[in-house]
Design a protein around this ligand. Sequence first.
Ligand code: ZN
Ligand code: ZN
Length: 164
Amino acid sequence: MSSDTVYLLDSLYNNELSPEVETQIATIMNTTENSIEVNVPDILQQDNSVDCGLHCIANAIQFATDRKITKTVFITRHLRPHWLECIESGKISLFPSSRQIHHSLIEMQFKDISVFCICRLPDHYGTKMTKCSGRDCHEWFHIECVNLCGKESLGKWFCPLCSS
Ligand SMILES: [Zn+2]
Ligand SMILES: [Zn+2]
């Protein structure tokens, strides 16, 4: 597992990455590449709408302990009492689970997040985009990030890299 491999452990995953999640991942990764590959393992899905935070903590602790992705079947009714116990005792321990599905047996989805601009964020960052006129550049930029907001006709425009 290299340090730039992204695993998204989402207990409420619905087969796509939301713009918010893509932006959060891109912000954390701060890559110089054009895209970020995200591995989405088929982890346990929560059976209610209130335990997102607990699943997040439970999976994070499990991962920090195992150092690999597993599908851990946490016991829903024990999640909250266990976390309370951790807080009260000042000791964090693994959340109660009934079984664990081995790393090699977990289905994985692969998603790509395309990132652009000097900010290296996706294109749904919230502003219009413009393309650099540099002959070999082909890069797109959020107009807000390159101070082009409110400029009516852009005409030819060169990005910071191409104009330096
Ligand atoms: Zn930008
Ligand atoms: Zn350029």
